[in-house]
Design a protein around this ligand. Structure first.
Ligand code: GDP
Ligand code: MG
Length: 199
């Protein structure tokens, strides 16, 4: 198979982080997307959970590794090791729990620092209002959430891991964002610069 025969021969590998406090539905969103299943009971993720999915695009296959960093702050040092080489971030909060929404800027700052993003580039990501199916009172106005998303230059999604609403859209968007992420390009440019200067 040659590059001109119309078959996809390129595989690119990217990394997406799914972040947010515990109990907002991070693990459930990944499970819904990968296995189309949902579990009402709560099992806290310990440490880091890794999952992989892939999508075919006309010019090649994209493999996305999703790292679910447990919400607990106690794993901060572990998390910093995983921030490196991230192409996209999925930041999740629970629509019926305002405290979870208020943690998002801290997550954003901690990841931006961990990634050492050059000033001119933004962290690619999306803000996810999960549990949109809830029968509890919704504590965050979508307009407020959209405002935060637009300040970060992120997409905003309202999802339900329980019903599946917008879950595929979210993960397909993550794969597309990874492919077009300028950070990836800047890493590649830096590697090229290094190899240009090596003997
Ligand atoms: N109603 C509802 N419950 C959800 C949804 N997503 C997750 N949950 C529940 O919320 C709890 C925490 O989910 P989990 O995915 O483990 O959260 P994580 O700690 O962020 O990974 C579990 O009891 C899930 O069943 C959702 O979209 N709707
Ligand atoms: Mg979890």
């Amino acid at each position: 198979m040659g590059p001109t025969d119309g078959c996809s021969t390129v595989t690119r590998v990217y990394r997406t982080l799914i972040i947010g406090p515990r109990n907002v539905g991070k693990t459930s969103l990944v499970k819904r997307y990968l296995y189309d299943s949902f579990d009402e009971s709560y099992t806290a993720t310990v440490g880091v959970d890794m999952s992989v999915y892939d999508l075919e695009f006309p010019d090649g296959r994209v493999v996305v590794t999703v790292l679910d960093l447990a919400g607990a702050q106690t794993f901060q040092s572990l998390k910093n090791r995983f921030y490196w080489d991230t192409h996209h971030v999925i930041a999740v909060y629970d629509v019926a729990d305002r405290k979870t929404f208020e943690t998002i800027p801290d997550w954003y700052n901690s990841i931006s620092e961990g990634l050492c993003i050059p000033g001119s580039l933004a962290l690619s990501g999306c803000l996810v209002a999960n549990k949109i199916d809830t029968d509890k009172e919704i504590e965050i106005d979508p307009i407020e959430a959209q405002l935060l998303a637009s300040l970060l230059n992120w997409e905003y999604y309202e999802t339900s891991a329980k019903t599946g609403r917008n879950v595929s859209e979210l993960f397909v968007h993550a794969a597309i964002s990874c492919r077009t992420n300028p950070l990836r390009q800047s890493h590649l440019d830096n590697l090229q610069l290094l190899s240009d200067f090596s003997p």
